[in-house]
Write a protein that binds this ligand. Structure first.
Ligand code: FAD
Length: 464
């Protein structure tokens, strides 16, 4: 580390990855500064995971009120205030934003409230202050931004998840476009809050890359809950008439709606930072190319999190930020392992997944070498509510080694459960070890350690 520069490390972006990297580097004695152009905390805290989950909680009450009757409760007339939810959510986000700022300051990190761009490999220009600062190492942790297809006429009338967190009012009808986890989660949120919701996706099934049973199961359950799911279709154009938006679909049909939210992917925030001019290589989609230690093609410039488009999840950005700081400022080289990542989709019902899908396992090991165990049942709670919601669980097992390759769940609490099951899968637990684990009764998750019957495709069963 050299005093020839103002800082040992300058981090651009105070989101999940940038904040973790800043704090760990400072803890190892580095002089660290971070620039943030919007709000400290980044996407996850300010307009991602956290407010999204708060909205999910809010939207679940409508079903809870209905279900309560089966257990003897009489729920009086209910009403919902979007304005109150927004105000309470904003207060909580302000609180978290304050904690993030204090944590950085208490770690000795200097915060610049400004957009930052690179002038050369060691010089950062602070746009808001119109001045330069220098640093030995630079970390790009600028995250991603929602994508809206510019080719759709009238696209300027559509919103993204960014604006969905601040809608002035909640219209009676809304369209969510996309098939990824953010689209699916927001469709559930709006539907639960009483908005007639259309989820529109241009392919055949939502949640590409997830296990097929989860994809099919969630589509069925979302429709049962009243989401108007339209696949193999897309919006051709959007027109505004007063407060109403008119979406014209590819087949010429139209839908009148109050809002159209695009959740059709996110693009890395890498443009306009001066990176290409310096020789930092970007992929076609703008993702910064890095080695396993998050180093770019310019040796003193590193990048972590969504801007590298490895796996766009908060815990991964945090790990990459931590690994970078350990590698560069503590002489402790760490490459983040992206191979097994437990993750949840806060859809309704919720999904939890870790490891290989059945399809991936069959492709990797061959049909004969993959055993599948699965179960689908009505959860105990709903035996008294009359709600026809299914819980689903599946284990994908390596037939040769007995190792559990993947676990896939749909149903209440799947996110919580998959975090714990993720430990077993990460450390290579076998199906026999799952079976040796004592069940917790009565829970839904006990099925994971009591699955006995190997599943066979219907054709094979018929041949038995
Ligand atoms: P970010 O957190 O995006 O931080 C980047 C920061 O850089 C931003 O604050 C931005 O303002 C700032 N910035 C950008 N350019 C500049 C510049 N030039 N100068 C200064 N500052 C700049 N992940 C999960 O794990 N679980 C979830 O449930 C989940 N839900 C999500 C829901 C939504 C609606 C969205 C959008 C995302 C969700 N994610 C979730 C993903 C998660 O938010 C991201 O993976 C994570 O925030 C990535 O962290 P990051 O540090 O790479 O970037």
């Amino acid at each position: 580390m050299t005093k020839a520069y103002d800082y040992d490390l300058f981090v651009i972006g105070a989101g999940s990855g940038g904040v973790r990297a800043s704090r760990i580097a400072a803890a190892h004695g580095a002089r660290v500064a971070v620039a943030e152009e919007y709000r400290v905390g980044g996407t996850c805290v300010i307009r991602g995971c956290v407010p999204k989950k708060l909205f999910v909680y809010a939207s679940q009450f409508s079903e809870e009120f209905e279900d309560a009757e089966g257990y003897g409760w009489t729920v009086g007339e209910t009403s919902f205030s979007w304005a109150k939810l927004l105000a309470n959510k904003d207060r909580e986000i302000d609180r978290l934003n304050g904690i993030y700022i204090r944590n950085l300051e208490n770690s000795g990190v200097k915060i610049f409230q400004s957009r930052a761009v690179l002038k050369d490999a060691h010089t950062v220009h602070l746009v808001a202050e119109d001045r330069d600062v220098t640093a030995d190492k630079i970390l790009i942790a600028t995250g991603g931004t929602p994508f809206k297809p510019a080719s759709v006429p009238g696209i300027e009338h559509a919103i993204t998840s960014n604006e969905a967190f601040h809608l002035d009012e909640l219209p009676s009808h809304g369209i969510v476009v996309g098939g990824g986890y953010i689209a699916v989660e927001f469709a559930g949120i709006f539907n639960g809050l009483g908005v007639e919701t259309t989820l529109m996706y241009r392919r055949e099934k939502i949640l590409r890359n997830f296990d097929e049973d989860l994809r099919d199961g969630l589509m069925e359950e979302m429709q049962k809950k009243g989401v108007d799911l339209r696949v193999n279709t897309d919006i051709a154009s959007i027109e505004r008439k007063g407060k109403t938006l008119i979406a014209t679909l590819r087949d010429g049909s139209t839908i009148e709606t109050g809002f159209i939210m695009y959740a059709t992917g996110r693009v890395p925030n890498s443009h306009g930072l001066g990176l290409e001019e310096l020789g930092v290589k970007l992929k076609k989609n703008g993702a910064i190319e890095v080695d396993p230690f998050s180093q770019t093609h310019v040796p003193n410039i590193y990048a972590v999190g969504d801007v590298t488009d490895r796996v766009a999840l908060t815990p991964i950005a945090i790990r990459e930020g931590q690994a970078f700081a350990e590698t560069v400022f503590n002489n402790n080289p760490i490459a983040v392992d992206h191979s097994i990542i437990p993750t949840a989709v806060f859809s309704q019902p919720e999904l939890g997944t870790v490891g290989l899908s059945e399809h991936e396992a069959r492709e990797k090991f061959g049909d004969a070498n993959v055993d599948v165990y699965k179960t689908s049942f009505r959860p105990m709670k709903h035996t008294m509510t009359g709600r026809h919601e299914k819980t689903f669980m599946k284990l994908v097992v390596d037939a040769k080694t007995d190792k559990v390759l993947g676990v896939h769940m749909m149903g209440s609490g799947s996110g919580e459960t998959i975090q714990t099951v993720g430990i077993a899968v990460t450390f290579g637990a076998t199906k026999k070890q799952f079976d040796q684990t004592v069940a917790v009764h009565p829970t839904a998750a006990e099925e994971l350690v009591t699955l006995k019957q190997k599943w066979a495709p219907p054709a094979a069963k018929a041949a038995d």
